[in-house]
Write a protein that binds this ligand. Structure first.
Ligand code: NAD
Ligand code: AKB
Length: 316
């Protein structure tokens, strides 16, 4: 699976996905071969080599790639949907320019392979919302979604034009217990667990029947490693793959939490994120990922809620 001279750089390693990806990649490649980088050190990161790196600084990125002999880059740094709407020009700059820097490194043959995540945010209000197909109408209404859709087109273009081995998944909302999410519309589905355990109450910023596609972090990390380790000929989509785990609404997750915490109380106060959520799919057709590289999720709602509560209880 991993060649002995593979060296990994994770950009944005201190975030919700990066912390867990750093741990998992270290198990495969060895900690000394997995370099974590971010704007600042995160207390959640394991004890890997760490570099302060602003993903917008192309020269600094190149120096780190040379210094460590990096072969594979997992590029996670981005502004997400909610923070992106609050700072649209910067979201566009960060999400696009940093991707170009990484794609150019591969084009110039300094690195061999790139992972770059896309999102269900590439879809918009005119997209079919149930079992959203891989290929369909895509008119995203957030700057985040627009940047992810454009990023997908650029990834495919770099693959076709220059043979850049870039691989990507359109993650749904991700739910994990090891680190907090950063500025997304699906974040309520993580915060709810912290508040359920701490106060027994939660005020949701999405309305009770807002169903969205979601996924347990463990499944998302496994999918990321599976797509990256699949033989190149199995990766038939070089923009980004639809990926499905489960779908639920705030009411449904609250009902499931109540099976463990019977007095848990949920209230609803939708804010600007409601409009974003309303523009996204409710469920995803990921048959291409299943057929091409064998994707299958493990977690349903029952298993996800139990894992989150059990793990957070021992963490706090
Ligand atoms: P996050 O906000 O938790 O983490 C992003 C990390 O990037 C942070 O640690 C931040 O400090 C870092 N960062 C920000 N600006 C940077 C810069 N200029 N240079 C270097 N680092 C910088 O986000 P996440 O949830 O871990 O998401 C990672 C990626 O996955 C993003 O591209 C996001 O769009 C994508 N994604 C996430 C989800 C999800 O539910 N978490 C869903 C779909 C797609
Ligand atoms: C967000 O809500 O912005 C992210 C995503 C689905 O891309 N979690």
């Amino acid at each position: 699976m991993s060649a002995s001279n593979d060296k990994i750089l994770i950009i944005g390693a201190g975030g919700q996905i990066g912390v867990e990806l750093t741990e998992n990649l270290s198990t495969i490649y060895g900690s000394s071969n997995v370099i974590a980088s971010d704007l600042k050190v995160s207390p959640y990161l394991p004890n890997n080599p760490f570099e302060i790196l602003d993903a917008l600084d192309k020269n600094a990125l190149f120096e780190i790639v040379k210094k460590h002999g990096i072969t594979h880059v997992y590029h996670l740094a981005a502004l997400l949907s909610a923070t992106g709407e609050q700072n649209p020009m910067f979201a566009w700059k960060l999400n696009m320019e940093s991707l170009f820097h990484v794609l150019d490194l591969a084009k110039e043959k300094h690195i061999k392979q790139i992972y770059w995540p896309s999102s269900i945010a590439v879809f918009g209000p005119t997209t079919p919302q149930i079992n959203t197909p891989q290929y369909t109408v895509m008119e995203p209404s957030t700057i985040y979604g627009i940047s992810k859709q454009a990023g997908e087109r650029w990834c495919e273009w770099y693959f076709k034009k220059f043979g850049v081995d870039v691989r990507s998944i359109r993650y749904p909302g991700l739910i994990g217990w090891k680190s907090a999410p950063g500025g997304g519309t699906t974040d309520y589905a993580v915060h709810i667990f912290y508040e359920a355990l701490k106060t027994g109450t939660y005020e949701s910023f999405l309305s009770e029947n807002t169903t969205l596609p979601m996924m347990c972090m463990e499944d998302a990390i496994r999918a990321t490693l599976e797509i990256m380790h699949a033989p190149a000929e199995k990766i038939k989509i070089r923009s980004s793959y639809n990926l499905s785990g489960l779908s639920f609404s705030p009411k449904e997750i609250a009902d499931e939490i109540r099976k463990h915490i019977p007095n848990f109380k949920m209230s609803y106060k939708p804010d600007f994120r409601q409009q974003i959520a309303d523009s996204w799919p409710k469920s995803i057709d990921d048959s291409s990922a299943r057929i091409d590289w064998g994707w299958k999720e493990k977690y349903n709602l029952e298993a996800l809620v139990k894992a989150m509560l059990d793990n957070l209880k021992t963490k706090t």
